[in-house]
Design a protein around this ligand. Sequence first.
Ligand code: ADP
Length: 638
Amino acid sequence: MTQSQEFTFQTEIKQLLHILSHSLYQNREIALRELISNASDSLNKLRHLQLGDEQWRDEAPLEITLQPHKEARILVIQDNGVGLTQDELVQNLGTIAHSGSKEFFQSLVSKAGEGGSPDLSLIGQFGVGFYSAFMLAEKVEVVTRSYHEATGWRWESDGSGRFTITPAGEDVLRGAQIRLHLKDGFDAFLEPDRLKHIVRRYSTFVPFPILLEGGVLNEQKPIWVEPKSQVSDEQHAAFYQWLTHRSDEKPLWRLHLSSDSPIQFHAILYSPPTNYELMGFGEIQHGINLCAKRILVQDDCRDLLPEYLRFLYGVVDSADLPLNVSRETLQDHRLLPKLKKVLTRKVLDHLASVAADDPQAFQAFSRQFGSILRTGIGQDFENRERIGKLMRFQSTQTLGSGLELPEGDEPRKTSLDDYLSRAAVGQDQIYYLAGTNVDSMSRHPHLEAFRKRNLEVLFLDDPVDEFALTQLRSFEGKDLISIDSADIRFPESTKPAVEEESKTPPRHFTRVLELFRGALDKRVADVRQSDRLTDSICCLVNAEGTMSSQLQKVLSTTMKGFEMSKRVFEVNPQARLVERLCELAGNPNNDDFIRDCGRQLYSDSLLLDGLIPDAEEVTGRSLRFMEELSRTRSVIAT
Ligand code: ADP
């Protein structure tokens, strides 16, 4: 091919380009950051090739050069990295390869559609950083030659929907030159001082020299190999911003580690302040920068931290890693699981100390990342108790503190350790109740027996919490148990106060239970006298060894064909209505009425558990009850 060929951008890119060139205020400096970061990636790829194969080596240092051409109003960002072939130009600068970009687009497009200004600063994280060039330029040229080809190509676009690719001959240098034909009003990007400022601000940790007029602009200092005490907060903030491409954020906390044995490594890990996954961006996967003796081996290594710590950013550098490992051989490298084990432990220990020393910071962290972290209980057998220690719950105690919360304040929460410190003598279970909201849970009939005995019950208002606790099963040797389970054991020490109240059930109580049993027949496992209720009239209890009803409810909505197991219907013989039904049970004419009451009470219990009874049956019956009651009322005022 000697002529230029025209191509059309993928639809999403067209939309992105439209937004980029039409949104008013944006921090346009980030465009430079993205282009420099692409240049650095390309140089890294070449360095790897050179380490692995002699034929790609030469004397030329790997570097990035900025060239402002004032007259022509062109800014050039040049690298001598791997460059692009014609196919790569079409693929990489015309379509979106990254899967994570979809959500980013959706959020951008919907924001722009509403007339709002979308946040473009995240662009680099979603694999479309190159296009930010159109924030500065009315026309972009990419002149490039791939390291394994003899001739080069020129890619060109004005950002309006099409691009052309033309052969550029043998004179093109290896690597890529991004030529920005600046828009009107952006001449400041040709000023050396401004360029210096931008590079220092956003790109100082790029591991290759960035040259301007012969001088090097960036420091490239690998701060992770420095002694911990020598690195300032400012340096950390800058490094964090460079790693994350988030120019206005500071890390929530950091962990700077060094170790000589059994594995040699330096590492810095950062927790971001916000969890973008909670904002509907989908699962954000970025990995950790893995270096061998300060040279980047992989910039998105996912094998260094478990899935449940995927939100952390950072760098890990080990001298025990050979420099020339490839992405592929790295996967099976035996060092990685070892590093992962150590790092995971360190992060969890660090979180425990944050929780102890700075509860507020820990709360801020939990709010953002608690939901990801606790999935670790199911994934990481070895560390599950450590993760369990980091969970926080509301409970009958934290609610019952009598403190009214100031507006906007978070409810007080307890850890499992604190719970145990308040446990009763001989208490060998940790009690919890799961539901959808703490307010209604706190009025659940099951709680009565626990309140009477002064036993604390945890409230789990997120199904993920209950899954986590079910997987944890026990904590410090105490079983975690849902209070709607038949396996509940009350500690001996809490008994006496309750026994005073227990009376013998009224006459005909067994007859009432029998009628209830007949009426509910196939719907319950059994009907029996309750010794856990004191005020409420009835409740449903899970048979021994079955899951809590909340968990079953979640499963029944997510798993096809899942059937909830039958439960035990417990009746309080001391409740006023039950006493009256016992009196009525002496007369067989009342049998139907008593059966109906049983059915209605059963439906009420389902409702209290957030389950839906047969609506037609319930409404039909309550209508009958009301009709019957209304007949006993007088029409004349007395
Ligand atoms: P990302 O860099 O996150 O993949 P970009 O939109 O910035 O997304 O770049 C898309 C692709 O274009 C890159 O993955 C890379 O393959 C290619 N590319 C961009 N800039 C360069 C460059 N300077 N040299 C070689 N390839 C490049």
